[in-house]
Design a protein around this ligand. Structure first.
Ligand code: CA
Length: 709
């Protein structure tokens, strides 16, 4: 309904049928002009022939095989030093940005946090439309790792987004108007979220979800891309075998679980990120996540592989039936998701061309599978791995060392739960034959909680105890590393060809181009370009914003662009690392686009985190037992987001709360005063007495921190 000023209403009443152009024009927001060329007309033939249209980036990974390789070469190793600023678009957020844009016929489609969707003129950054699904801020508490979204799918004039609160929404690509919306969640009492990009396969739009840390049961659902009608649903793990199985694959899977498993915790196996599609084989590949709870000794005490945790599933998109599966980590206990980026290509192996699937899941092994059959062709360590010595090619199974068994005692395990590689996309260049992996070196201690109890809607339900992941030196003398690298990996020889080391454990996703370049954004706020064949740094552009997302490349009217979402967060939002751009310049999120000869990127002004520290509040009356109770509750409910360090963070630092927030602490914690900003009410979990204990604990910690300054 349009809102008219009072004088306009009166004038309209007086004027009767006579149009008062000035009134309506002044008040009505300008409707998006109907596009000359309709937006987003992507179809199967165009995506299959994507190399004939190198100016476009049709899917989240550019093609169905998701190689994240651009055949454009106007920007190349010889001129990339001239790369500079083309345009930027302010996303008006300080939350994590993880999406890869889709670019079709000069229109850039992307998502941001809170599942907002944008269509921009890809040449200028001018906003064409913006869609806000208005996700309830309360839903943020269900997310393990920030209110992120990793992208949209564009298909036959529609744009699809999965929202944090579980809707799959189809928008009209021309104007961003909602066409249909489906509730994809089977249980709204559990902490499901959607952060991954939908994929298109066989005319269906496929969406998964996350939440295994909180205790959910994973599944993906396929909907008719045109009508939104649900086609099928595939659960990645069985439910309680006392109940009927939803589909035949679950009966087979249930045989690999202890019948007395902790079914109430959901089992996990969530498909929260990667998929790929082979239209010739008509197979959809889906990576599944970690277990719930983590320790198998707690989850499925009699052992078993616990299918289909940490697996790659090949599913016929027409029927929803499983063609094959490959499990990377049988008996998964370490948060070793296999949801990491899946790449499809053909490789010459042993003198024959093999249609392969490549993945570097969290467990530290780089896998080459035959994607028609699921046969394991090779698997080698791409980072430090101590839980398994190798993968037996005959059985296709990892050979455990025992170092990963923490059923009886705590163990240092490599990789840690962040994995050897996380969601940050890889890239594959058919020109160099190399896969580029943003790797992580981060080991961790694991201990099982012997008193594990699934508590509905508790922040974390992992069954992991005694986390000392952040220690740098631990009792057994091992150094707990926390760094990352960009590694160029030969998938045929299964060896590292070159690497670039970074002092941070997270850096951005990757883009490879035919200009012999690999692009990566970094934690310290640069867009870097490396020679794809040698790894030599070819160019770096200061952006001044930490970058996690993967760049894309596209062209408009013959001019090539590189574009990336710049903003820090996700699982890292709780800690702006030393040396990060987030710490130095703040974390205002934006899309930054580059072209040759563009000049300097506007860099935000520097930020002093120690300016304007609010004065300490008065201590609250509390005895030692109350403070201890508050600390325990803080760990259970608050510590997922808020740290107890007096250090820069993307979430409000509770040791530096201003007086005004202390005054309404109960309103915030128990009555959702800041729910619209993602700080949910915890009234169902904690009492007023509990809230006071947490408050007293925080003030006590604030005094402690201030004394150390
Ligand atoms: Ca996980």
């Amino acid at each position: 309904m349009r809102v008219l000023g009072r004088w306009c209403v009166r004038a309209l009443l007086l004027a009767g049928a006579i149009q008062l152009a000035g009134c309506s024009k002044q008040q009505e927001p300008a409707a998006p002009a109907a596009p000359k060329t309709p937006y987003g007309r992507v179809d199967q033939a165009r995506v299959i022939a994507a190399d004939a249209e190198p100016q476009n980036w049709f899917t989240t990974g550019r093609t169905f095989g998701e190689q994240r390789f651009s055949p454009l070469e106007q920007i190349n190793i010889d001129n990339v030093q001239q790369l500079g600023f083309a345009w930027q678009y302010d996303l008006q957020t300080e939350r994590g940005l993880e999406a890869t844009p889709v670019v079709v016929d000069g229109v850039l489609f992307t998502s941001s946090n809170w599942s907002k969707v944008y269509a921009l003129d890809a040449r200028t950054g001018r906003e064409l439309w913006l869609f806000d699904p208005k996700v309830d801020g309360q839903w943020a508490r269900n997310a393990c790792c920030d209110v992120v979204n990793r992208g949209v799918a564009v298909w036959q004039g529609k744009v699809y987004v999965g929202t944090l609160d579980g809707r799959l929404i189809a928008l009209d690509a021309d104007n961003g108007k909602q066409l249909w919306s489906q509730d994809t969640f089977v249980d709204r009492e559990r902490s499901y979220t959607i952060t991954g990009a939908p994929r298109i396969a066989g005319g269906k739009v496929i969406i998964g979800n996350g939440g295994a840390e909180m205790g959910v049961r994973g599944y993906i659902t396929a909907y008719d891309a045109e009508s939104g009608a649900m086609a099928w649903r595939f659960y990645t793990v069985p439910g309680d075998p006392k109940l009927p199985f939803e589909h035949p694959e679950l009966e087979a899977a249930a045989k690999t679980w202890d019948p007395n498993s902790r079914w109430e915790a959901g089992g996990g196996g969530t498909a929260w990120d990667s998929m790929a599609y082979d239209p010739q084989l008509n197979l959809l590949y889906v990576g599944t996540g970690n277990a719930s709870p983590f320790p198998q000794s707690v989850r499925s005490p009699k052992g078993g592989d616990n299918l289909y945790l940490s697996s790659i599933l090949a599913i016929n998109p027409d029927t929803g039936r499983l063609a094959w599966h490959y499990q990377t980590t049988p008996g998964e206990s370490w948060d070793y998701t296999a949801v990491q980026h899946i790449i499809l290509t053909d490789l010459q192996i042993g003198g024959t061309t093999r249609k392969v699937l490549l993945q570097a899941p969290k467990n530290g092994f780089f896998y080459v599978l035959d994607r028609a059959t699921g046969e394991l062709l090779s698997a080698e360590k791409y980072v430090e791995v101590n839980w398994a010595s190798h993968v037996d090619l005959k059985t296709g199974r990892p050979v455990p060392t025992g170092q990963g068994d923490y059923s009886k005692q705590a163990q240092r395990v490599a990789p840690g739960p962040f994995g050897g590689h996380n969601w940050h996309p890889m890239a594959f260049s058919p020109k160099t034959g190399l896969v580029y992996i943003p790797t992580l070196d981060r080991t961790a201690y694991f201990a099982a909680d012997p008193d594990y109890k699934y508590i509905p809607r508790r922040s974390f339900n992992t069954g992991r105890a005694g986390v000392v992941e952040y220690a740098t030196q631990v009792s057994d003398g091992a150094v707990m590393t926390r760094k990352g690298a960009l590694k160029a990996w030969d998938p045929v020889a299964q060896r590292e060809v070159w690497r670039v080391d970074y002092p941070w454990f997270y850096n951005g996703g990757l883009l490879a181009t035919a200009g012999n370049l690999v692009f990566q954004g970094t934690t310290d706020g640069y867009l870097k370009a490396y020679a794809a064949d040698t790894g030599k740094l070819a160019a770096e552009v200061l952006v001044g914003t930490s970058i996690m997302a993967a760049p894309v490349s596209y062209a408009v009217d013959g001019e090539q662009f590189i574009s990336v979402l710049a903003g820090y967060g996700g699982a890292q939002l709780d800690e702006f690392l030393e040396g990060s751009a987030a710490r130095k310049y703040g974390n205002a999120g934006r899309i930054v686009t580059f072209k040759l000869g563009g000049g300097k990127v506007p860099v935000p002004s520097e930020k002093d985190w120690n300016a304007n520290i609010p004065p300490l509040p008065e201590r609250m009356p509390a005895d030692a037992a109350t403070l201890q109770h508050g600390g325990l509750l803080f760990g259970q409910h608050c510590g997922v987001c808020h740290v107890l360090d007096d250090a820069p963070s993307g979430y409000p630092n509770l040791l530096r709360l201003p007086q005004g927030k202390h005054a309404i602490f109960d309103e915030i914690v128990l009555r959702g005063a800041l729910a619209s900003r993602g700080m949910a009410s915890f009234a169902n979990e904690i009492s007023e007495v509990d809230a006071h204990a947490i408050h007293a604990f925080l003030i006590d910690k604030a005094y402690e921190a201030r004394a150390k300054r």
